[in-house]
Every structure is written in structure tokens, then in C-alpha cells.
Design a protein around this ligand. Structure first.
Ligand SMILES: Nc1nc2c(c(=O)[nH]1)N[C@H]1C(S)=C(S)[C@@H](COP(=O)(O)OP(=O)(O)OC[C@H]3O[C@@H](n4cnc5c(=O)[nH]c(N)nc54)[C@H](O)[C@@H]3O)O[C@H]1N2
Ligand SMILES: Nc1nc2c(c(=O)[nH]1)N[C@H]1C(S)=C(S)[C@@H](COP(=O)(O)OP(=O)(O)OC[C@H]3O[C@@H](n4cnc5c(=O)[nH]c(N)nc54)[C@H](O)[C@@H]3O)O[C@H]1N2
Ligand SMILES: [Mo]
Length: 763
């Protein structure tokens, strides 16, 4: 039997702290997985569901975007993938009776954890203007309401169409087509808060905004640098790949302010030996200060330039542009400045250099630790400089590896979910669908919040996600959302965005990845693209959580028919009936998808997959403005920290998926039963007079003088880099100013927030 959701809320947040762990996975991970899964799904469903994850004929794990290996284990999932599945395949239900019992005002007082634990949404629900409870509504009426509000707008640019990264290729393609036929490029997405900095830096320098390595490359690498990423929690299956790379002789350097368990030691649950002993993955741990990465790579570049024969001159001459200007600037890098910016020692950097020079094939992997700072784009450009210098792009075993987050966030971009679409993409849409798509850029996430705040946008539609909790400056974002005329959420589970509404609101419940999707032409599958550009099919098998759910593609198609009416020549009805007809259009519009339907099923007609072309990786061709891979030169930046302040990074615990909280433990970091903790280096804590176990308010300091305060955090003395602190998101989003974003990519700088810690009033 599955157990009941928690009744009480606020759930008692009383953190208990033990020593952080040094190893990830192993036996405790399996026990933990089964316990969480059985609470949500019961025993039988747990077994049936978990065996289907990431199998060729099963569904794509809704957890992360790490690719599936060619030889799959019977259980190709990880603890956190299993939690993501259990969260979706739960037997708990949020019904109209639930909404009758809980007003919207009541829901707004609940924690995200409590909301998520209530279960799957079962019916479309409407909050009428002036109403205090959501009421059941028919699908037809729901689409009428959206059509009414869109018709009342002064321009289609007053509507916003957000996407979170779980949406399938088919749904995403139809969704962006609908928005553009309506007449707007307002397609903000979670990528704006995630890997936008990677996309910006990579498109400019190598001509493709995606990673250039495949799993095979990791297995062949001599050196893998993992910078600003916590794979033990966020991409656990990556640890198996790193383990295999190591067995083949690779060295690993991790660059992180925190010693993260998975990189220290990994106990592979797929092998009996790995389970007991585990393997040390890290060869060198560079405990960098937050935001010091650009300085580190700049100095390494200088040192490479100064080493006889270290530069791959033939590659530089033939394939790159801008070398001289870059080299002049890199040669000026200063040791003392770098040591101060990074907090590293000379010996550590010398050791890193020795490993870099000993490697003929180097890969750099990164995630949010590099992308969410003011200077993220120049930081990632510097990583590209570093790889280009030794010819490490477009060679087996080498390349750039931004490790993507949501399971289809990369695919959604490929499908055109982007507020700044390329002209060639719009041309292709125009040719295929016979309408003139808008050419003006739309709003990204931060601009969308400003537009709502300023009354320039009035309808907010979200295809998945939890916009108000994931976005920065929670108070500003929530106030902005409340100014909307209409907020609509296509969702599987209840979250805070359903409680912070416009004048009217709709919840449109949808199918998850694990569920059977039956349409007019029969059972459907969808496709997704992983972090390495591999596209494959995903087919759910479970009975849907309720008979009232519609799939995401069906919702888009019905909405488009209702809103666009006879003005649209797109065969929305046919799209809804048979997703293969959407794939036929994708094949004609998006390069690399030729023969999509044939290639995504194998010879026996079973769902399969293929790898998208990547010019730098496949043929060392760089489709940039210069036609070459671009070296770039920029001043070195790193955060300035006023006396008595700390630089706070807002990150994930082991028991959460973004704003979805699975539980209140962060096992590897030794935190139990609570999330309001702030990790502080013991020496900093001593200087600031902060005893372990005392309670503080985190107070943000930003040039606008607005007080941003997150109250009641337990201080945990923790081995993070000096001057740095860490606390969980989304509790700390209230501290991230809307205007504190990365240059060029406009990504909220949620990994470098200047804070002071004040003794809590209650302490
Ligand atoms: N289980 C689980 N899986 C997930 C998610 C989840 O929430 N739960 N989220 C998914 C999503 S959308 C994403 S984007 C990814 C996120 O994956 P990660 O990027 O691994 O997630 P974060 O927890 O934000 O961790 C950031 C890491 O960067 C380090 N870091 C912080 N600042 C710096 C810095 O200045 N320099 C360096 N070198 N390191 C720094 C932190 O100490 C931490 O180890 O995971 C995806 N997978
Ligand atoms: N401070 C701070 N803020 C951050 C970050 C950070 O590191 N620090 N990270 C940022 C990053 S990397 C990201 S990606 C964003 C995440 O931002 P979002 O993607 O907006 O947030 P999620 O928490 O992943 O969204 C969870 C909700 O998605 C819905 N959902 C789940 N599965 C499905 C599905 O299959 N279909 C539909 N329609 N809905 C579904 C459920 O209702 C669930 O409540 O947050 C960003 N915000
Ligand atoms: Mo993300």
C-alpha cells in the first residue's frame, strides 16, 4: 500500500546535522529509493514502473538529461531518477474535493513540499475572478476562457508562453508554432535560468550552442574536468560514465567550492564490487572560491601559452580566429590576482597544469556552478579558449560538455522554444506553414517578470514548471504574477504557482512520461533529446492518473484550434490524432531531423533513436560569424566581497528536483529533517561569531537598497571554500535580485548572492 500524504503543514523544519559523506550511491541509495517509491506507489507498481525506466521500449526518465548508454542494465536508473518517477507515478490524487476543502489563500500558506506531496492533479480547474476556490471546469470552457482573455489583449505580445524542460519535442514544436501563429516570440523557458550562459558562449565561439561530446568521448578522454557540477545528486548516472572513463585511464579534476560526495567516491550499484568498496573518482580537487573559475582558466591558459610545444599550433592556424588578441591578454594573467580570486594555492594550480599538459584528450563538463554568475558567459568562453588552445574540440575523447538539467530542455530549444529565434528557423516555419512569423525578439524569463510587473503582459501560460518558485526575487515575481489577467498552468502536480494567480486562473492537468497516451490513431509515443544531442522515443505504459487528463500535444492542438480558428492552416486536429504527423513537419523544418519518423523507430517498428549532427564535433566545421572557432578576450572578473559578508550560492539538496521537494534530507551532506540550513566555512563562522547550530537570517545586499531577507536558517559549519556559503533553492530565491543577472545571457546570478548573516530574532 502507498501511504497517505502528510496532513500537517508547515512541515516541521528542524535540521539535524551529522558529518558529510564521502561516497555516493551504494546500498543506502537502494534502500532509500525503494522506500520513497513504495510510499508513493505501493510495492507492485514500484517494481513495474522502475523496470521500464530508460529501456528501449519504455519511457525516458523524467529526471535529468544524462544520456542512456548503449548497453543498458536491467535497471538503468538511479536513486534520484526513481524519486522523479515515484513523484509522477504516485497513487495520491488532488481532486475537485481537495480544492473545495482548500481555498487558494490556504494553498498559498503551504510549503512547496506539502503541496507536491498531495499527489496528481485529476481535473481541469478554474479560479473565477473574485473567487476564493478553484472549481472544476470542462476542457471546452477552459479553452474558451483562454481565448476570451487573449482576444481582449491589445497585442499578442501581451501574452507569455513559458516552458519547463520536460515537454516532449512534439508538444514543444506545436506550442511554439501556436505562439508564433498567434503573433509573438514570447517563449521564455527554464533554460533562461539554467544553461543560457552556455548557449550564449558556445554559439558565439564554436557556432553551436550545445555540447560537443558523446558518451564514447568520455570513455576515451585522458582528462575530464568537472567544474561547478554535483553529479552525485543531479546526474547520478554520470558517475558510472566517469567510473568507466577512469578504468580506461582518464584522470579527473573537480573544481568546486564544496567537496561533493559523488566525485570523492562512487559506489556503483550496478556491480557487486562497486557496491561495497566504491571507486575514488577525483584525482585532484580544486576547492575554488565561488566565481573564481574564469580567473583559474585564464591562468591555466597563460601557463599553456608559456609552455614550449603545448599549443596545438596546426589546429589554431587552420580552425580558429582571434588567437593573437586572446593570447596577448592571457599572457598578462597575474598569479597573485588568480590566487586571491580562486582561493587556491600555487601548488594546486601547478598540479592541475601538469595534468592538463599530460592529456591529449581533454573534456570540460559543467553545470550551474558556471552558468549562474554575472560573468558566466566570459567564464564559459574562457573554458572554450582553454580547450581550443590544445585542439580539444572536434577530436575523439575531447570537447565541451555542458551537462543539461531537465530531461528535454535541450530538445525544447531545438524545437524552437526560444524568445530570440534564428531567422533561418523562422524562414523554414514560414515556408512550411504559410504564415509570416513575428521577427521581433520576445521576452526571456527576467523580461517576462518585468512585463507582468509593469502591466505590459497580461496572460501568462505555462507548459509545465513552477514559475513563481523557480524565478528570482520571489516577492517581486509573485506581485508581478498577481497583476496578470489570467494565469494558466499545464501541470502534473500541485505547486506554488497555482496559488499565486492572476485575476483568473486555470490548472490544466496533463499526462506524465510514465503514462499511456492514447489518441485517435492509437497509442502514441513522444521523443526527447538528451544532453549529448541524442534523440529517442519515450512511451509510457501506466494507466493515466485520471480519465480527465489530456496530453500536452492535445492541449496545445485544442487551444490553437480554439484561439486561432479558421485563420490557421495548420492541421491541428491531425496533429492531435497522430503525433507522427507533427514529426513529419519537424523533419521538414529542423535540420538534422530528416526522415524523423523512420529513424526514431527501429527496423521492427519499435521506438529507437539517433544522434543529431554537430558540425564542430563531426567535421571540425565551426558555423560562426567568422567561419572559424573564435578565441575571445575579456577582462577577468570575480565577485567582490565587502568585509563581513559571505558569497551565497543557492543550490539543490539530494532530496529535491528543482522546486519539487521529495523529502527533507540531504544525505550526502549530512543534513536531515530540514532544509533551512546555511553551510559556512568554520573559520569564517568563527570570525563572524556564528556558532554551529545557531539560527540566522540571510540578508541580501544589492545596490538597490531593497531589503531581501530569508529568515531562520540553522548555521552548519561545513568545509566550503573561504568566504562562501551555500543554502537551498527555492527557499533562498527571495534573496536573488531580479536585476542581478549574467551579462549577455540574462540568467539570474543565483550562485553569487552577497549576504550578511544576522542573528535570528527567535534565536
Ligand atoms: N536529483 C536532481 N537532479 C537534477 C535536478 C534536481 O533538482 N534534482 N535539477 C536538474 C536541473 S534543471 C539542472 S540545471 C541540473 C543542475 O545540476 P547542478 O549544476 O549540479 O546543480 P546545483 O545543485 O545547482 O549545483 C551546482 C554545483 O556547482 C557548485 N558551484 C557553485 N558555485 C560555483 C562556482 O562559482 N564555481 C564552481 N566551480 N562551482 C560552483 C556547487 O557547489 C554545486 O556542486 O540538475 C538536473 N538534475
Ligand atoms: N535560486 C535558484 N533558482 C533557480 C535555480 C538555482 O540553481 N537557484 N535553478 C534554475 C534552473 S537550472 C531551472 S531549470 C529552473 C526550473 O524551473 P521549472 O522547470 O519551472 O521548475 P520545476 O521545479 O522543475 O517544475 C516542477 C513542476 O513541473 C510540473 N511538471 C512535472 N512534470 C511535468 C510534465 O511532464 N508536464 C507538465 N506539463 N508539467 C510537469 C509539476 O507540476 C511540478 O510542480 O529553476 C531555476 N531557478
Ligand atoms: Mo536547469
Amino acid at each position: 500500500m502507498a501511504s497517505k500524504p502528510p496532513k500537517a503543514d508547515p512541515v516541521q523544519d528542524a535540521p539535524q546535522v551529522t558529518e558529510p559523506k564521502h561516497a555516493a550511491a551504494g546500498i543506502p541509495a537502494i534502500g532509500h529509493t525503494l522506500r520513497i517509491a513504495q510510499q508513493q506507489m505501493g510495492v507492485k507498481r514500484t517494481a513495474l514502473t522502475l523496470l521500464r525506466v530508460n529501456q528501449k521500449d519504455g519511457f525516458d526518465c523524467p529526471g535529468c538529461a544524462w544520456p542512456e548508454p548503449e548497453h543498458r542494465h536491467a535497471a538503468e536508473f538511479c536513486e534520484n531518477g526513481a524519486k522523479a518517477v515515484a513523484e509522477e507515478a504516485t497513487l495520491r490524487r488532488v481532486t475537485p474535493e481537495f480544492f473545495a476543502a482548500h481555498s487558494v489563500a490556504d494553498l498559498a500558506t503551504r510549503s512547496g513540499y506539502w503541496l507536491g506531496q498531495q499527489g496528481r492533479l485529476t481535473h481541469p480547474m478554474h479560479l473565477p475572478e473574485g473567487g476564493d476556490h478553484y472549481e472544476p471546469v470542462t476542457w471546452e470552457r477552459a479553452f474558451d476562457i483562454i481565448a476570451e482573455e487573449i482576444a481582449a489583449l491589445g497585442s499578442p505580445d501581451e501574452a507569455l508562453f513559458y516552458t519547463s524542460g520536460r515537454t516532449s519535442n512534439e508538444a514543444a514544436f506545436a506550442y511554439q508554432l501556436f505562439a508564433r501563429e498567434l503573433g509573438t516570440n514570447n517563449l521564455p523557458d527554464c533554460s533562461n535560468m539554467c544553461h543560457e550562459s552556455s548557449g550564449s558562449a558556445l554559439s558565439e565561439t564554436i557556432g553551436v550552442g550545445k555540447g560537443s561530446v558523446l558518451l564514447e568521448d568520455l570513455y576515451q578522454a585522458d582528462l575530464i574536468v568537472v567544474a561547478g557540477q554535483n553529479p552525485g545528486t543531479n546526474h547520478p548516472r554520470m558517475l558510472s560514465a566517469l567510473e568507466k572513463a577512469k578504468a580506461n585511464g582518464a584522470k579527473i579534476i573537480s573544481v568546486n567550492p564544496l567537496p561533493e560526495a559523488g566525485l570523492e567516491r562512487f559506489k556503483n550499484p550496478q556491480t557487486p564490487q562497486g557496491m561495497l568498496k566504491g571507486a575514488a573518482l577525483n584525482d585532484l580537487f580544486l576547492q575554488i572560491r565561488i566565481g573564481g573559475d574564469q580567473a583559474l582558466f585564464r591562468l591555466l591558459n597563460k601557463l599553456i601559452l608559456e609552455t614550449e610545444g603545448a599549443v596545438d599550433q596546426a589546429f589554431v592556424d587552420e580552425h580558429t580566429h582571434g588567437y593573437e588578441e586572446f593570447a596577448t591578454q592571457a599572457r598578462a594573467a597575474d598569479w597573485d590576482e588568480t590566487l586571491a580570486a580562486t582561493g587556491l594555492t600555487r601548488a594546486e594550480i601547478d598540479e592541475a597544469l601538469r595534468m592538463v599538459l599530460a592529456s591529449q584528450r581533454t573534456i570540460v563538463c559543467w553545470a550551474m556552478g558556471l552558468t549562474q554568475h554575472k560573468h558566466s558567459v566570459p567564464t564559459i568562453r574562457e573554458v572554450v579558449n582553454f580547450l581550443l588552445l590544445r585542439g580539444n574540440i572536434g577530436r575523439p575523447g575531447a570537447g565541451v560538455c555542458p551537462v543539461r538539467g531537465h530531461s528535454n530542455v535541450q530538445g525544447d530549444r531545438t524545437m524552437g522554444i526560444f524568445e530570440r529565434p534564428a531567422p533561418a528557423f523562422l524562414d523554414a516555419l514560414e515556408k512550411e506553414f504559410g504564415f509570416a512569423p513575428p521577427r521581433e525578439h520576445g521576452y526571456d524569463v527576467v523580461q517576462a517578470i518585468r512585463a507582468l510587473r509593469d502591466g505590459d503582459a497580461k496572460v501568462f501560460f505555462a507548459m509545465g514548471g513552477n514559475f513563481v518558485s523557480a524565478s528570482p526575487d520571489t516577492d517581486v515575481t509573485e506581485a508581478a504574477m498577481r497583476r496578470a489577467r489570467l494565469t494558466v498552468h499545464v501541470s502534473t502536480k500541485l505547486n506554488r504557482s497555482h496559488a499565486i494567480t492572476g485575476a483568473r486562473a486555470l490548472i490544466l492537468p496533463t499526462l506524465g512520461r510514465t503514462e499511456r497516451d492514447l489518441q485517435g490513431s492509437g497509442e502514441q509515443f513522444v521523443t526527447v533529446e538528451d544532453s549529448m544531442g541524442m534523440v529517442h522515443a519515450s512511451r509510457g505504459r501506466l494507466e493515466p492518473a485520471s480519465t480527465h487528463l489530456l496530453s500536452e500535444p492535445a492541449i496545445v492542438c485544442r487551444l490553437a484550434r480554439r484561439v486561432l480558428g479558421s485563420e490557421s492552416r495548420t492541421p491541428w486536429e491531425e496533429f492531435e490524432k497522430d503525433y507522427a504527423t507533427i514529426r513529419d513537419r519537424i523533419a521538414r523544418v529542423i535540420p538534422g531531423f530528416e526522415d524523423f519518423n523512420a529513424r526514431v523507430t527501429d527496423s521492427a517498428g519499435r521506438p529507437g533513436g539517433f544522434t543529431l549532427p554537430h558540425a564542430p564535433r563531426d567535421e571540425r566545421r565551426f558555423p560562426t560569424a567568422t567561419g572559424k572557432a573564435n578565441f575571445t578576450a575579456a577582462p577577468v572578473e570575480y565577485p567582490e566581497l565587502p568585509e563581513g559578508r559571505l558569497l551565497l550560492q543557492t543550490l539543490r539538496s539530494h532530496d529535491q528536483y528543482n522546486t519539487t521537494i521529495y523529502g527533507l534530507d540531504d544525505r550526502y551532506r549530512g543534513i536531515k529533517n530540514g532544509r533551512r540550513v546555511v553551510l559556512v566555512n568554520p573559520e569564517d563562522a568563527q570570525k563572524l561569531n556564528l556558532a554551529d547550530g545557531s539560527y540566522v537570517d540571510l540578508v541580501g545586499e544589492w545596490k538597490d537598497d531593497v531589503e531581501r531577507r530569508a529568515p531562520g536558517f540553522r548555521v552548519v559549519h561545513y568545509p566550503t571554500a573561504r568566504g562562501c556559503a551555500a543554502a537551498y533553492y527555492p527557499e533562498t530565491n527571495v534573496l536573488v535580485p531580479l536585476d542581478a543577472t549574467a551579462d549577455t545571457s540574462n540568467t539570474p546570478a543565483s550562485k553569487s548572492v552577497v549576504v550578511r548573516l544576522e542573528q535570528s530574532a527567535a534565536d
